[in-house]
Design a protein around this ligand. Structure first.
Ligand code: ATP
Ligand code: MG
Length: 244
């Protein structure tokens, strides 16, 4: 079981500090909700943890190993998966082909030619899509799916990597309350095997699924605590009231 630790992370664009000395720890079996106003650095933090942004200060450790200098693909091979804020699916391919491709990520080339894997992959594809009610959309071109379905397809794709640490950037954006509930249940069941970080602007949703919540504002850490602690925290109230 893998823990992801970010310590004193900073990201600077010119003189602007998008992230300023932020630390957090993601443990297996825990769901950490990451909240904060627009532009507070949430996506920047996720991109830094996953290796898509190089921090100007601080370090990232995955399972006790310092991975700060590792490229994203190497972190992914060690069990780190990210769902970006904007869905990254192959819009010209079918739903099944998208998941099939995700299943093959990181496999040695010689295994890609084994037809036995195709049969197993077909079953796994169905199983991965079922929690998102996409298992009856296998042959639909992904680009023709509605926004909520595209988001859910990408969740099935990150699940296909079998991650031990999962970073989710606004996975329920644009979804109906029912779809959002479904994603919440899926995230909760997935967290049995995995450390999860989830960004969402719906505070009720974040409170309902998170064991811990971290709040950012203007690139800085404001507070970390249980949902009840965060709700009662005076600095958190100040951050949100100043944005209403
Ligand atoms: N490439 C860049 N160059 C300069 N500034 C950037 C760059 N990328 C992001 N920023 C700035 O960094 C800050 C943090 O952005 P980030 O996307 O992390 O915020 P966020 O909390 O994810 O916001 P949202 O809730 O809107 O998704 C913002 O002010 C943004 O404009
Ligand atoms: Mg963002």
């Amino acid at each position: 079981m893998t823990t992801l630790v970010g310590t004193d992370l900073g990201v600077q664009y010119g003189s602007f500090r998008a992230l300023d000395g932020v630390s957090l720890e993601l443990r297996p079996g825990h769901i950490t909700g990451l909240i904060g106003p627009n532009g507070s650095g949430k996506s920047t933090l996720l991109h830094t943890l996953a290796g898509f942004l190089k921090p100007t200060t601080g370090r990232v450790e995955l399972g006790g190993t310092d991975v700060t200098s590792w490229q994203p693909y190497r972190r992914a091979r060690s069990g780190l998966s990210i769902k970006f804020q904007v869905a990254r699916i192959y819009t010209q391919m079918t739903v099944a082909e998208n998941v099939h491709l995700a299943l093959q990520t990181g496999r040695p080339v010689r295994r890609l030619l084994r037809s036995a894997d195709d049969v197993v992959d077909r079953d796994r594809t169905q199983a991965l899509l079922a929690p998102f009610q996409l298992d009856d959309h296998l042959d639909v071109i992904a680009g023709e799916l509605g926004h909520g379905h595209q988001q859910r397809l990408e969740l099935a794709m990150v699940a296909a990597h079998g991650p031990s640490v999962l970073l989710l950037d606004e996975p329920t954006a644009g979804m109906s309350p029912d779809e959002r509930r479904g994603v919440g249940q899926w995230v909760t069941s997935f967290a049995d095997r995995c450390a999860v970080l989830i960004v969402d602007h719906d505070l009720d949703f974040v409170r309902s699924i998170s064991t811990t919540i971290t709040v950012l504002n203007q690139g800085q850490h404001v507070a970390t605590g249980t949902p009840a602690e965060i709700e009662a925290h005076p600095d958190v109230r100040r951050v949100y009231l100043s944005h209403v």
